[in-house]
Design a binder for this molecule. Structure first.
Ligand SMILES: NC(=O)c1ccc[n+]([C@@H]2O[C@H](COP(=O)([O-])OP(=O)(O)OC[C@H]3O[C@@H](n4cnc5c(N)ncnc54)[C@H](OP(=O)(O)O)[C@@H]3O)[C@@H](O)[C@H]2O)c1
Ligand SMILES: [Zn+2]
Length: 361
């Protein structure tokens, strides 16, 4: 998507899923090393958003702590700190809070509601998509959302999030009056459609879970894995090095393959499909990720990968690089589309595929 910034949600939770306890004191969930990780993420973003209640309750500074990271931002021609952003309906914000103390801020509020700092009137109610469009117009390409419950719920239920960083701390709050990670609601990720786990990392006594939420991020994740796989191909001067991964509708990798995996002229998609039972019902909702456009014509064997994919009933194909007409003029994408499959090209990753095949291109 280009009309809104990349949205990264970040939170720290107790083991029973609370963002805080129910007392006036702020519950410390994270540790120094994790704050340093959060600082790095902040430094990578153009703006940081929290809900007005988090400003009232926690009085966060929302600055990049590390002087080195601030220096690097300036050297890159960016402001020392990300833009601070909040949303309020009541306008109940104290101008003396840390939010307004340093750096640049912007407050989104319904028209006619007065707030401290630069306020953008949003009509009768503040609509998240409109907020994101306004931020994009201000040059914000990467937005970090740091809570609380209302903010996370709003972004997630609207499907306006690309990535989630969730840290769990080894403690229980055990009090239903405390704020949970999210409210009840309808989330795009459920038993049928799951988020994609990209990373789990121990950071001292807390665990970071990094999830990919948007389809575009999930596609890039699996394509990168397919490109990585393609580096294992036995070398050839007459055929490309390709990696392919079949992923089911719930985000499980079902099978992987790479060019010439079992010798000869085997193609990556063919190698992956050979590991699956053609009657496997999961194929009917799967995606074939292939670093290179699946072949639509083939000199070495009768069945093309396009043919094999359609015959397997795989409804979606994602690739990074169109097959260059070096050996055959494939037209795989057109044939797949004509066969009823959804075809997605991710040109952003094409350079990496070219690099793996630089001896041929
Ligand atoms: N552990 C963590 O990672 C973490 C991070 C952040 C916060 N927290 C905790 O989360 C708790 C706060 O969560 P919360 O859900 O109460 O508050 P919140 O999400 O920080 O803020 C909610 C407020 O944002 C404003 N708002 C949200 N959506 C809006 C919309 N569409 N239009 C206009 N205004 C809108 C409203 O402000 P008005 O009330 O001004 O109208 C609303 O009351 C605190 O306990 C805090 O410590 C924890
Ligand atoms: Zn092929």
């Amino acid at each position: 998507m280009t009309d809104r910034p990349y949205v990264l949600l970040s939170c720290a939770l107790s083991l029973d899923g609370y963002l805080d306890d129910a007392t006036d004191r702020r519950l410390v969930l994270s540790n120094d090393d994790d704050w340093d990780r959060v600082d790095e993420v902040r430094a990578s973003c153009d703006a940081i958003m929290v809900g007005a209640n988090t400003i009232r309750r926690d009085n966060p500074r929302l600055l990049v702590r590390s002087a080195e990271r601030r220096r690097r931002r300036i050297a890159d021609g960016r402001p020392e700190n990300p833009l601070k952003v909040t949303i309020t309906a009541s306008g109940d914000l104290d101008p003396a809070t840390e939010f307004f103390a340093t750096g640049e801020q912007v407050v989104y509020a319904p028209s006619g509601v007065a707030t401290p700092g630069e306020t953008v009137p949003m009509g009768e109610r503040v609509d998240l998509a409109a907020v994101l469009a306004d931020l994009a117009a201000r040059g914000v390409r990467r937005l970090m959302v740091e809570g609380g419950t209302d903010m996370h719920t709003a972004f997630l239920t609207a499907g306006l999030a690309d990535e989630l960083h969730m840290v769990t701390a080894p403690l229980f709050v055990g009090d239903g009056k405390a704020p949970r990670f999210v409210h009840d609601g309808r989330f795009p990720w459920d038993g049928e459609h799951r988020a994609t786990l990209a990373e789990v990392r121990a950071i001292g006594n807390v665990a970071l879970h990094r999830y990919l939420l948007s389809k575009s991020e999930v596609d890039k994740h699996w394509l990168r894995a397919a490109i990585e796989l393609s580096t294992r191909c036995p070398p050839s001067t007459t055929a490309f090095a390709v990696g392919a991964i079949v992923v089911d509708g719930q985000g499980n990798g079902l099978a992987r393959g790479y060019s010439r995996e079992s010798g000869g002229t085997e193609h990556a998609e063919e190698a992956a499909l050979a590991k699956l039972d053609p009657a496997d019902p999961r194929l009917r909702r799967a995606t074939m990720y292939s670093s290179l456009e699946p072949c639509g014509r083939r000199s070495s064997r009768p069945r093309t990968c396009t043919d094999l994919i359609l015959a397997a009933g795989i409804p979606r194909v994602v690739f990074a690089l169109r097959e260059p007409p070096t050996f055959v003029d494939g037209r795989g994408a057109e044939l797949l589309t004509a066969g009823g499959a959804e075809v997605v090209e991710v040109p952003e990753l094409a350079a990496a595929v070219r690099d793996v095949n630089r001896n041929l291109l």
